[in-house]
Write a protein that binds this ligand. Structure first.
Ligand code: ATP
Length: 355
């Protein structure tokens, strides 16, 4: 497996843009650890596939270099990069049996047949297709075919990295959940470097050690699921991760208090921000409490979601969501307080330290 270095990479599909903002992929400069499980997460068009294709060699970046374990592979074609790939739709041999589909990449590398058999059976059991081993791939369901694709991606143990491009899209919801946790277990056991593209936050958060959040061609944060939840570096991360996402409201500073409309909310210390910066206050719905001595809100809707309620309201003219326990009584004169440790301040969309 390999450490992947993305060295000042930029990509434009057209002629070289005059402004940095016009690149499909803006400056990406990171080192991903050998054996890490990374999920590239972001909305449609943010550049996930572009970055994945640069790693796999399907695309040469307009600028910058890509290195595997310190070796420059920028101009190496995909087949020379020694990577496994799993795409959104199955890439398998229909006329071969399920077993032979998985054995193919190993036999191709002239592995002893006993090793092929051990490895193929291990993966077949993982993807729950052991009973189908002797069946031709032809005639299997789309779901099963995609599991074969997944198995082919996982079967070799000598690759630099395994790249997944939304591999569970065609898998049914229950199996998706099962495969996600199996992938995670396999990663822990094998130490493979895995890069997994998805726009589904649950998929990213369950699979990855590190989630790479992309927005408008840029990596806005790389962090553990907990870091992304507790300390989003960018308002987009706050909004995109979590359900509902972070409440984000325009704000101003007065001394060490942040002001939203007519309400003053104390911060532990006065943050250092340039006076022209556009400020926003972020607070996750989980840290908004209904409290008799709090600030007034106007509730528009209460959604019952099992063990919790989501209260949708307006706070100083801005939408505010609160997640409260299911047995919470909604008062006639609702008021809220914010957990001080969970306040996030953003200047021009980027996080400012306040503690
Ligand atoms: P999705 O989740 O929809 O696949 P993505 O996050 O993978 O989106 P990319 O496919 O990498 O995003 O696209 C990034 C940007 O580059 C988008 O603005 C897209 O329109 C543009 N783009 C992608 N492929 C091409 C191409 N072949 N030619 C021109 N522009 C492209």
């Amino acid at each position: 497996m390999a450490r992947i270095t993305l060295d000042h990479i930029r990509h434009s599909y057209g002629p070289k843009p005059t402004e940095a903002k016009d690149y499909a992929l803006k400056e990406v400069h990171h080192e991903w650890e050998d054996g890490g499980a990374y999920a590239l997460l972001g909305p449609s068009g943010c550049g996930k596939t572009t970055l994945l294709n640069i790693i796999s060699g399907l695309l040469t970046p307009s600028e910058g270099k890509i290195l595997f374990d310190g070796t420059d592979v920028t101009n190496l074609p995909t087949e020379k990069r020694n990577i496994a790939q799993v795409f959104q739709f199955p890439v398998i041999y229909d006329t071969m049996t399920v077993y032979d589909n998985l054995a193919f990449p190993l036999r191709n590398r002239k592995l002893p047949e006993a090793d092929v058999d051990r490895r193929v059976n291990e993966i077949l059991s993982m993807i729950d297709l052991s009973d189908w081993a002797k069946r031709k791939a032809q005639g299997l369901t789309a779901d099963q075919k995609q599991k074969i694709s997944l198995g082919r991606g996982l079967v070799r143990s000598d690759v630099n990295a395994i790249l997944f491009d939304e591999p569970l899209t065609v898998i049914d919801p229950h199996m998706k959940w099962v495969l996600r946790s199996q992938l995670k277990r396999l990663h822990r056991r094998s130490g493979f470097t895995m890069v997994y593209v998805t726009h589904d936050q649950t998929e990213a958060l369950t699979f990855a050690d590190k989630v790479v959040v992309m927005y408008e061609g840029e990596i806005v944060q790389i962090g553990t699921p907990v870091e992304l939840f507790e300390r989003p570096r960018h308002t987009f991360v706050g909004y995109f991760i979590g359900s509902p996402g972070m409440n984000i409201m325009p704000a101003a500073l007065e001394g060490s208090a942040v002001v939203v409309g007519n309400q003053q909310i104390a911060l532990p210390k006065r943050p250092a921000v340039a006076c022209e910066a556009r400020l926003e206050l972020g607070i996750r719905p989980e840290f908004v409490q209904l409290a008799r001595d709090g600030m007034p809100i106007a509730i528009s809707k209460v959604e019952d979601v099992g063990r919790q309620k989501i209260v949708r309201a307006s706070f100083e003219g801005h939408p505010l969501a609160a997640v409260v326990p299911e047995d919470t009584e909604i008062p006639a004169d609702p008021r809220v307080t914010f957990d001080a440790d969970a306040l996030n301040l953003y200047a021009n969309s980027w996080r400012v330290e306040t503690g």
